[in-house]
Every structure is written in C-alpha cells, then in structure tokens.
Design a protein around this ligand. Sequence first.
Ligand code: FE2
Ligand code: FE2
Length: 357
Amino acid sequence: MVDVISVLSTSDLFYGLANSSLERIASHLKSVTFAPDLVICREGDVGHSMYIIVEGNVSVSSNMGWGQRELDRKGPGAVFGEMALISNDVRSATVRTLEETECLQLDSEAFDSLLDKDPIMAQRIAKIMTKRYSTLVHKTSNELLSAYRALIFALANMTESRDPETGAHLERTRHYCVLLAEFLSSHEKFRGEITPSFIDGLYQAAPLHDVGKVAISDSILFKPEELGAAEYEKMKVHTTIGASMMEKVIRQSGSELFRMAYRICLYHHEWWNGEGYPEGISGEAIPLEARIMALADVYDALLSKRVYKPAMAMREAEKRIRDGAGKQFDPIMAEIMLANIGRFEEVYLTYQDEEPA
Ligand SMILES: [Fe+2]
Ligand SMILES: [Fe+2]
C-alpha cells in the first residue's frame, strides 16, 4: 500500500503543504498503473488529469518541427500533466512510460475544487509554479541570447575571410567603442543618451560595421596599392550594402540591436563636416553610434598594417585624430578620446592578431 501522504509531501508540486491540505488532496487521488511504452499524455490533446509518479520512469518529448525529441525524463516524486490543467490549454508535450509506472492521478475537476476550497494551497502551488517556470524562462532566454550574440559575431567575421581587416580589428574596434561610450556617458552632452543598454548594443553591433564588404570584389578588397577614383567609388558601396543587409534582418526581427547595426553600417564613413559618404550628412545629423564607430575604426586602421600601408606609430595616430577633430570627427568625442588615449592604446595592445604559423 502506497503511503500517499509521504509521496505528496516529497513531490515537486505539493511539498511543503500542511498535512490537512495533503490529506484533502489524497482523498481525490486514484492509483493507476501504466504498462511499459504507453503514451499517458499526448502533445496537443486536451488534458483532463495530472499525475504524480510513485514508481517507474517516464520520458517527456515534444515535436520540434524537425522530429520528435526527448526533453526530459521523470521519476518518483515528479509531477506531469499539471500545466494543461492550470493553464486550461492542450498538452505541451507527450509523456510515455519507459517501464511499468505507477502514478497517482488527479482529475481536473477535483484539482479545481481543491484550489477553490484551499486558497493557501492554491497560493503555494502558484508560487512553486512561478518559480519553476521563471527559472526555465531565464535559462532558455540566456541560452537564446548567447546563441544570438555568437551568430552576430559569426556574421561579422564572415567578412574576415574576404577582408584585409581582421578578426582582431573587429574585437579591438568594439572595445574602443565601449570605452569611448563609457567616457562619453559622463559628459553632459551625452548623458541620458548613452545608457548601459546603448553600450551593450554598441558592443554587439560594432563588429558588423563592414559586413557590406562581402559584396565588394577581391580585386578591390585585396589591392596592394591605394584605390583609384573609380575603385574607391565601388568600395564606398559597402556602407549601403551593409545597411540593406541589416534592413532585411530588421524585417524579420525588429530588434533595436539591428537598427543600431543599420545606422553603424550606413553612416560610419560620414564626416562631421559633411565631406564623408554615402549621404554627406554632417554634425549631429550623423547618428551617435556611427560617430563613435568612425573614431574607433579610423584609429585602429591607422595603427594597423594593411596591404597598402605600414602601421603608424601611436603618437602619429593620436596626432591624426587631433587633426581630424571637427573635420572628420565629432570634436567633443575626439577630445575625450585624446584625453584618455592611454586606455585606447591598452586595448590595441591587448587584442592582437595571432601570427600565422
Ligand atoms: Fe567601412
Ligand atoms: Fe573597420
């Protein structure tokens, strides 16, 4: 004979309830034994009962679109089938026995009346359910977020194979961007606009600045000399191509991160004085993130060796930033960067390309 009270008090839904509540639940339970390899709940069906496993094991699976996959296995003390009762919805997964399995079954009418009659129990179950599902949501959204971030960087790195600008350049520029944005955030001009979520978005979106270069021909990208006028015109198109790539992503996902990437792709070659490209906009009409990117990108390009030019000394690069303030660059941003230039030099030295073996 099963000690129902002790099964309930160690189950993952009813633990911690007062004995009187457990006894009330117990009076509505019936013991059922399922044969091996039997489907107890089927995904998509209306659920009329929930179960507490006393003995045996079950497999929980779901149709993932590309096939039926096992999500979990449950053993003694575990509860299943409760979601469909609580949410009044169809079963969200299929549960099949792995061996002969003994369960306690609670039907939906009994469950509803128990919750009605015992508000403390209802409250307690609601708390357990909320905790259980918020942990699940948190875990799932963290996994999704990290996959999403890895994909963005992979997309940016795609240009690496076809671009003299390397992965270390992408890593350095995103760090210059963050550093500069952090310094700017305490300046009255930018305070309020540069928030932690802006900085996080910038860190994710910055590596995409030249993604449009995938569409530029090798003869231009890898040319060992400086580009001729016509070639330069063709190269400039990487800004609008990158932006239209981001536009397509935005149509699928309206995420702010890709809107930021769109502005960075399109405007990172605009100049403060209006002499940049592709639109020739000037001053504060150039989006904030693109003005930050412009400084980060140029600074790193100056310090890096390219097929058509040697690396520049740090003092010389610093001087070029100073000369460009108010012409190519936002003068306040350039001034703040120069006041903290040592920190940018540290970033440059930290993220270096590995020498080819
Ligand atoms: Fe660019
Ligand atoms: Fe770049």
